[in-house]
Design a protein around this ligand. Structure first.
Ligand SMILES: C[S@@+](CC[C@H](N)C(=O)[O-])C[C@H]1O[C@@H](n2cnc3c(N)ncnc32)[C@H](O)[C@@H]1O
Length: 266
């Protein structure tokens, strides 16, 4: 598989096209999260950080007849989601300020809260807003110690771009321990389930690993760089990835990817 580098393209907004290059792999945690949601039926379901609608689509299949709302702060993602699911409502909002409509049964959040500043306070507020029996279902990558993310920080610290202040803060902070989420949510909830799953996503090669992260964790690094600097950063990062991730017999590379799941029922 060939991945052209979009030379010089700035990456302030999310790119639905880039994100969907690995749609199957990115959607699998949504299936695994939804499988543990203890609701037979729902009236209103909100997909927080719905992105291009891939997670929203599985909610539509699971809850026929429910009002399904997708919420995202990215116009590009929302454009794609609306095209994909014209019968759903999509709203552009920052979930930090947003409050669920009355009667919401499920707040579903696949791969969004790791991007939200002070996300634990937001989780607490949203859980409080749910009615009895309502469910808050969350999945977040818990991968800040994985080589792919550590190597982003290493690359940022060691090139001609090293003085760039935005790069120094481009890395994601570690998630709190599971106990922290339990203590946060259990006083409000009848039941709190927390688990980790480690995926080994099959990438088409080392360039594929870099493409994957261009759609997610590399975005803050790349948006801090322009033109040649950006291309050189990607080359330096790819070299490091190639050193750390072994190639399988067929040329594929397994991207180890731990993810944290929380299902809290009010
Ligand atoms: C990694 S994508 C997840 C997409 C989809 N839920 C999935 O399962 O693949 C994260 C999405 O969260 C959105 N997002 C990030 N911060 C947000 C915020 N504060 N409020 C609303 N959406 C946000 C981004 O725009 C992006 O579309």
């Amino acid at each position: 598989m060939h991945f052209p580098i979009e030379k010089g393209k700035r990456m302030e907004d999310w790119s639905a096209r880039q994100y969907l290059r690995f749609e199957d792999e990115r959607t699998r945690p949504s299936w695994d999260l939804l499988a543990q949601v203890p609701l037979e039926k729902a009236r209103t379901v909100v997909d927080l950080g719905c992105g291009p609608g891939n997670s929203t689509a599985i909610l539509v299949d699971r809850f026929p007849g429910a009002q399904i709302i997708g919420l995202d702060s990215s116009p590009d993602m929302l454009r794609q989601a609306r095209e994909r699911l014209p019968d759903c409502s999509f709203i552009e909002a920052d979930l930090v300020q947003w409050a669920p409509p009355h009667g919401t049964d499920l707040l579903f959040a696949n791969a969004v809260f790791q991007w939200v500043p002070d996300h634990t306070a937001v989780l607490h507020r949203l859980a409080l807003a749910l009615p009895a029996g309502g469910v808050l279902a969350v999945q977040m990558p818990d991968n800040t110690s994985e080589p792919a993310l550590v190597l982003m920080q290493e690359t940022a610290a060691q090139g001609p771009w090293a003085g760039n202040a935005a790069l120094a803060t481009a890395g994601r902070t570690d998630l709190p321990r599971p106990e922290y989420y339990y203590d946060l949510l259990k006083p409000l909830c009848a039941r709190v389930e927390i688990w980790h799953t480690i995926y080994n996503h099959v990438m088409p090669g080392h360039a594929g690993v870099v493409e994957w992260f261009k759609g997610s964790a590399l975005r803050p690094y790349l948006s801090a760089l322009d033109g040649q600097m950006r291309d050189d950063f990607l080359t330096a990062y790819t070299t490091r990835i190639a050193r750390h991730y072994p190639t399988c017999f067929d040329g594929k590379v397994l991207l180890r990817f731990p993810r944290l799941f929380i299902v809290a029922t009010r």
